[in-house]
Design a protein around this ligand. Structure first.
Ligand code: ZN
Length: 401
């Protein structure tokens, strides 16, 4: 049962109902395209006449277009409707400590052009480097007008001020990215934590997670973040910082973390942790060259593991055990339908997946029927998540009691 928030609700006027029906129809077209008006009525439960009125309006506003005639066994041949991909463009920016990626996407969340830049340590310098690239992407596709920018961050965003509260792995604290980006581009900017935007994206575009009621996304990179969708709602907490399980203590009196605490989960289960395990195992082995002694990148560690390097395999397995140990309380406490792991480590899923599963089983006594699945790195889930932040305005359900 949905709880009614008596301090923040929207009265259901006929306008609200029209808006909701419009979003439902637009969303059904997006997920089922090409689709006929009759099928839209069948899927939505709306009257055929209501669907027709909404469809006409959406065609006039260029959100959708009518395509070829469909085939039915008898009677009139319906025309199919699909999204007008040329209607708007969206800029997505995925910020990570070493590299920031950006893309221009269409209304269907397909990437049309991409770019990347090194992430400087100074946020002001970052904005200065970023803006010309964003402007270039905005004009990358002739005739396509951009309507917004989605930004995902390795930290949490304050619900009210929309400032980045803290991002220990970036070394940024209390940073306003929204104002300078909006000023420089003239576009509205939506900011969200990377795990949250991945969770929203899984719900919007993920074929496995679409429509799921309870979903947890765990982003595994330089750190670890969690995005929680519970009862179809993104959990943000009182200030927007909910989901920071990466900084929950897993090991008592453990290693000091960049957040200032000790024994945080991400100190043991992130990419950086695996790199540390590998370095520790190789240090003191046979005398190595200076090049070998430099810290290996996680990419190279994955490559070594693929080639069968036993120390690289061990490092990944250790990381996987700690991933399982941190995921177990999420399964026990939240009993989500699905946990999606996002990050480069999913490329080694055959190696790490069974260890995560087994560790979760050992440490979660409820043994909830939670599926633990890897995201597909090919789909660039973190970058796609930024597009969802902007598209939700059109496809997401409004907050009604
Ligand atoms: Zn920490």
């Amino acid at each position: 049962m949905r709880r009614i928030d008596l301090s923040n609700f929207q009265v259901a006027t006929s306008e609200t109902a029209r808006d909701i029906n419009r979003r439902i129809v637009l969303n059904l077209i997006r997920t089922h395209q090409p689709i006929s008006r009759a099928d839209l009525a069948r899927h939505s439960g709306l009257q055929r006449s209501t669907v027709s009125v909404i469809a006409e309006q959406l065609i006039q506003e260029r959100w959708i277009t009518e395509g070829a005639n469909g085939h039915t066994p008898r009677g009139r041949r319906p025309t199919f409707l699909h999204l007008n991909k040329e209607r708007v463009g969206i800029i997505g920016i995925n910020i990570r400590p070493v590299m920031t990626k950006l893309a221009l996407a269409d209304l269907d969340a397909n990437f049309l052009a991409q770019d990347s830049l090194e992430t400087p340590q100074d946020p002001k310098q970052f904005v200065a480097d970023l803006v010309p690239r964003v402007r270039k992407l905005m004009t990358a596709r002739a005739g396509l007008t951009c309507e917004g920018i989605g930004v995902s961050l390795p930290g949490r965003v304050d619900l009210v001020s929309k400032r980045l509260v803290f991002a220990p792995n970036l070394g940024w604290r209390d940073v306003d990215l929204k104002t300078p980006l909006e000023k420089a581009t003239g576009l509205p900017v939506e900011l969200e934590n990377a795990a949250n935007s991945c969770a929203l994206s899984e719900i919007c575009f993920g074929r496995r997670a679409e429509g799921l009621r309870n979903l947890v996304v765990v982003t595994v990179s330089e750190g670890i973040g969690c995005g929680l969708i519970l009862n179809h709602q993104l959990v943000q907490g009182s200030t927007g910082t909910a989901g920071e399980f990466g900084h929950a203590a897993l090991v008592q009196d453990g290693l000091e973390c960049s957040c200032g605490n000790r024994g945080c989960w991400e100190m043991y289960a992130s990419n950086s942790a695996a790199v540390r395990y590998y370095s520790q195992a190789t240090r003191g082995a046979k005398r190595r060259s200076i090049a070998d002694e430099r810290t290996i990148s996680f990419e190279n560690l994955l490559r070594l593991a693929e080639q069968g390097d036993s120390k690289a395999v061990d490092a990944l397995q250790q990381m996987a055990t700690y991933l399982g140990k941190g995921i177990a309380p999420l399964v026990t406490g939240l009993a989500p339908d699905m946990i999606v792991i996002v990050g480069e480590v999913t490329r080694a899923w055959r190696l790490v997946g069974p260890i995560i599963e087994e560790t979760v089983k050992q440490h979660s006594f409820t043994r909830a029927e939670t599926q633990i699945v890897p995201s597909d790195p090919i789909t660039q889930p973190r970058l796609r998540g930024t597009i969802a932040l902007v598209l939700l305005k059109h496809f997401g359900a409004p907050a009604v009691a």
